[in-house]
Write a protein of this length. Sequence first.
Lengths: 118, 118
Amino acid sequence: MRRKAGHLLAIEEEILDVALTIKAEGTSSFHGFAVAKLIQTNRDARRLTSQGTLYKALGRLERAGLLASEWEEADTAAAEGRPRRRLYHVTDLGERALAMARAQRPLPEPILRRLAPG
Amino acid sequence: MRRKAGHLLAIEEEILDVALTIKAEGTSSFHGFAVAKLIQTNRDARRLTSQGTLYKALGRLERAGLLASEWEEADTAAAEGRPRRRLYHVTDLGERALAMARAQRPLPEPILRRLAPG
DNA sequence: AGCGTATAGGAAGATATCTTCTTATGCAAG
DNA sequence: CTTGCATAAGAAGATATCTTCCTATACGCT
């Protein structure tokens, strides 16, 4: 499933989209698992994207600089009795990239280079 | 499967046993997952005790004061890129209880009371 | 001796992230 | 237009802990 040269994959655009929706609702960060559940329930219930696919997409987006992340405070997770989350937020570059993607305009070279594997 | 009055369950004795084996090999603490794997591979491969059973047994042993635990340092887990472990160690009371169990001598009242649910 | 029930056992799932391995697809080059 | 291959998709499993729900059994009592 090769990337159409110059463009974001559907999943990548969806992640950015979900992220900005969450942000608009007042939460500045999001984590992978939450996106997974959102995609599974709200969106395409049929195509329940696997964890593998999702976390790899998150990795690509971060490598390309469209997302940035940091580990959640250990205390926060401990207080809620659950594993630590990796908290992502959309960067300015990410917002611009999403705008371009929505307008179906090809993305600039450097972004594409960093989205590619290796 | 009700407890034979005055005695440790097979699983409980096994946990204490494994814990002391690990300790004898030079590691002062152990975690649930490690015990699970040890029981699955080394010991009864057939009766691969489920996580549920194991963690509940660990809970009983800690409640009874035969084990004590603390969370692993967040940094340690982070450095190795895995979830945090709960590190258990056998208490003096635990060692004594195991000795009694091995000798098939009934355990003292207060321990039994704390092993019981509720 | 038989029976009821408390309680342990086990399956399954939630929580979260990430890796590995295989499969499929769609792009691009011929 | 066909084919090859790069790469994303997905399945599966590893890592770790813990909860809920149902089932089975053995203990203790009549």
